[in-house]
Design a protein around this ligand. Structure first.
Ligand code: GDP
Ligand code: GDP
Length: 450
């Protein structure tokens, strides 16, 4: 198995980023465009070993505006009539999930009937669409095919050459001009939850069970942020919202059985959530696909609770939970901060613990440590284990301060940021956790030059 690295992205504050989807028939250059755009602009904070996966989305920034770019392609049709069926799925998924569509066509091939059929669906969707004409390798003279594409009814196409990097800046200018302003609809004290996991692990059953619990007061709010239907509820004075349950309740959208699309859907819920409940089927154990989905929660800096469901199906002895915990810790090493709950929606075992655990994690997610107390701890830690020298130079740590919550983020001020070693940063993180907890939540440590 090929090993790749998870890239942990920095997401500023609570902002909700608009999603931009690239669609188009096979071979028009979608992946080339995706790679060209995200190529240099990805901000890597920390690499951790992960597992194989496609790179299909990336946080992207242009002129100070952030958005998430998604390559919705990647289906391999085997015959011509399959092309349209798969295109339709792709378009349907894009319409459901993204805020702006880049509809890519191919100047070399020219306008073909599949393009027209896709255009039809897009026009009826009322989603914002930018028509992008790729493979214009010579900007001095537009090929005749370029003008044909105006028939599609999306105005003059934006000419680009993804392979040669021509016209990309102008395209991005247009993208940010057409991005919707997105604001989260809920008050700051509402705990936003995404229930994520593979199909059939029991997500819908779990959501229904939680909502059916005593003293849970449920109200539906049609999501204004996206086509999602969020479920808002209150228990004992705390407000919760389960994000993006539309997909769960209206099951059977065909594209959801396609892994790529179920992943994108999970992603759009994860992005808006504070806390992800990662549901795993106890009987099947953690699989590759679980690790991928977990990786998305990790990359997005979310608090995570791992829920092992269908615990009723497991034959147990005294050591079963310990053994299972060990396996989970091994598979999801990057989520070592996440609590694990073993439950059965079917028998109701420990389901009532979930909201309690969510509240605990929420407290940690919002916790602030004063600079004074933080530095007492850091100074002690440094005394016990001083930073190692690198190339004969000594790292000096002046002080640390917590700069934000959700997730807790700390800035360490030092003489030379390059002297900070990954393992020493890890040591600082561990010292913070030992002293202040932060169970269930990721911690960010930023290294700053003073
Ligand atoms: P996708 O299936 O839509 O993701 O298409 P790909 O990105 O895989 O590109 C399909 C083919 O078109 C590849 O062979 C690319 O090298 C080629 N291609 C992509 N962009 C351009 C371009 O701007 N000009 C030319 N001439 N070829 C391109
Ligand atoms: P989703 O696709 O993740 O939303 O999964 P569903 O909620 O539709 O559940 C998939 C199947 O697992 C259904 O047949 C459920 O009845 C079953 N299921 C859910 N929770 C449990 C559980 O705790 N124990 C057992 N034995 N079956 C469960």
């Amino acid at each position: 198995m090929e090993k790749v690295l998870y890239k942990r992205l920095i997401w500023e504050g609570d902002s909700v980023y608009p999603m931009v989807g690239i669609i188009g028939r096979p071979n028009v250059g979608k992946s080339t465009l995706f790679n060209k755009i995200v190529g240099q602009r990805i901000s890597i904070v920390e690499d951790k070993p992960g597992v194989t996966r496609d790179r299909i989305y990336s946080k992207t920034e242009w002129l100070g505006k952030n958005f998430i770019l998604i390559d919705t392609g990647g289906l391999e049709p085997k015959s011509d009539d399959e092309i349209f069926t798969k295109m339709r799925l792709q378009v349907e998924a894009a319409i459901d999930m993204v805020d702006l569509i880049l509809f890519v066509v191919d100047a070399k091939e020219g306008l073909i009937s599949n393009d027209e059929e896709v255009a039809d669906i897009l026009r009826r969707s009322r989603k914002k669409v930018l028509l992008v004409c790729n493979k214009i390798d010579n900007f001095k003279e537009m090929p005749a095919s370029y003008y044909d594409f105006m028939k599609l009814g999306f105005g003059e196409p934006i000419p680009i050459s993804a392979a040669n990097g021509l016209g990309i800046g102008d395209l991005l200018d247009d993208v940010i001009k057409n991005l919707p302003e997105k604001k989260e609809d809920y008050s700051d004290d509402t705990i936003k939850i995404a229930v994520i996991g593979k199909p059939n692990v029991g997500k819908s059953s779990l959501v229904n069970k939680i909502l059916g619990e005593e003293r849970v007061i449920v109200s539906d709010i049609p999501g204004t942020t996206r086509d999602a239907i969020d479920t808002f509820f209150e228990k004992d004075g705390t407000n919760f919202v389960i994000i993006d349950t539309a997909g769960m309740r209206k099951k059977g959208k065909i594209y959801e059985s396609i892994e790529r699309y179920s992943v994108i859907r999970a992603l759009s819920a994860i992005e808006r959530a504070d806390i992800c409940l990662l549901v795993i089927d106890a009987k099947k154990g953690p699989t590759e696909q679980d690790t991928k989905i977990a990786g998305y929660a990790y990359e997005n800096n979310k608090a995570v609770i791992i829920i092992v469901n269908k615990w009723d199906l497991i034959e147990k002895d005294t050591n079963t939970i310990n053994e299972y915990t060990r396996i989970i810790r091994e598979k999801f090493a990057f989520l070592n901060f996440a609590p694990i709950l073993f439950i059965s929606v079917k028998t109701g075992q420990r389901v009532n613990r979930i909201l309690e655990e969510i509240k605990k994690v929420w407290e940690q997610f919002n916790k602030r440590i004063s600079t004074g107390i933080l530095n007492n701890t850091v100074n002690e830690a440094i005394l016990v284990n001083p930073p190692p020298a690198k190339k004969g130079k000594l790292l000096k740590i002046y002080y640390m301060t917590q700069v934000s919550i959700k997730p807790p983020t700390f800035a360490v001020f030092v003489n030379e940021p390059e002297l900070m070693h990954f393992s020493y940063k890890r040591f600082l993180e561990n010292s913070i956790r030992q002293n202040f907890g932060f169970s269930g939540v990721p911690i960010n440590i930023l290294i700053r030059k003073r």
